[in-house]
Design a protein around this ligand. Sequence first.
Ligand code: ACO
Length: 440
Amino acid sequence: MAENINEKPNGQLRVGDNSLELPRVPASCGEDGVHIGAMRTATGVVALDPGFNSTASCNSKITFIDGDKGILRYRGYPIEQLAERSSFLEVCYLLIHGELPTAKELKAFSERIHENRLLHEDFKSFFTAFPAHGHPMSVLQGGIVGMSTYYEYSTKNVLDPQQQEEQAILLLAKVPTMIAYTAKRAAGLPLLYPDASRSYTEDFLRMTFGLPYQSYDIDPEIVHALDMLFILHADHEQNCSTSTVRMVGSAQANMYASVASGVGALSGPLHGGANEAVLDMLNMMRDTGMTVKEFVNKVKNKEDGVKLMGFGHRVYKNYDPRAAIVRDTAHTVLKRLGASEVSEMLDMAMELEEVALKDEYFVKRRLYPNVDFYTGLIYTAMGFKTKMFTPLFALGRLPGWIAQYIEMLNDPATKIGRPRQVYDGEVLRDYIPVRERGKN
Ligand code: ACO
């Protein structure tokens, strides 16, 4: 239900002698917007907001975050309830269609995904075209964009809702298979075909870790934990990768090309790549014998630009609600798997958190653990190599990218994304032939 129903005044802008009323755009909860579309024509200036600190790029009905209160909701449902009671495929449906599915709808949706999990047989050669130890995010990005060549029929009219649905199903179906193939290739092990009799997440684990000559049985608690981690990553409103997906899609590029661009953005260490960076940081501390206090001092002194990875967030200025759930899950999973070496790393991470949360540097800047701080430890205990962490994030984020792409294309207000700039380079210069350059 709307939390913010009172009429509030429009914005006012004055630039020199020009003034402009900025129509207020009400939010159902959170901050209202003011529309600045007429600003440039009316005042002759453009808005400059590097990093989009104060700029909303769209209206959206998908995900709500209150970063001060540590609230995250998908389509109005609190993340805590979904993490505890839902399943990843149900959340995919919710994000893409806007409502939780009926049992019949969920069955039909899951069946369509299961039926499409095989990759085109020729696609297997794609994985061998890259070095076996090439970063899986690069391979995944290439693989996803390559889908537009194998499933070109689904890209003929990107505005057609049926084609959007088809691309969504194919992405949800085939991306786990691709990620598992990438892991298998890096390990020099045979690829396994999907098995439609298993659940989505269980079969992803089987394709990643199973072997052709052995049956693969996995603890349902571990399957559940990974499924829940996918739910936690499923959407996060207009973050860097999602905004990239929307930007590329605004040119009416197909869903594969747009999502592949999102994968590229996610790979950065300031975004999804942070889960890998956290493990590297903990490994470095363990291997060099650096104490938590010594490392925190290094961060505070900004030595070599070192940061406490897995800490801080543009939107959350309170505990990231996902990080709280992940921390609890880490205890359960590590205990279940008896992963003592990883448990030592978990102790180190918790000590880091404790020290940081009491330290003036972090308190003043409102830096708390984000979702990436503890996920890598769980993934390690499950047997994933560090390089596979960000692809796991990508798999979780897939439904969010898809839902946001579809919402963007179906929004009548959408225009091709094309920011302005404030040019501050040379004004006008005459060309000087090379032989004359450098002479006074
Ligand atoms: N460690 C140490 N200092 C930090 C950290 C950190 N992790 N994060 C922010 N700060 C400091 C900055 O140096 C800056 O200090 P200053 O005021 O002295 O200059 C201040 O806090 C504000 O930080 P900004 O970089 O301006 O914040 P911004 O909102 O632009 O960045 C970001 C957010 C990129 C997430 C940042 O906190 C960061 O780099 N964190 C580490 C990487 C990470 O964990 N990324 C995952 C984010 S969650 C996700 O994408 C799923």
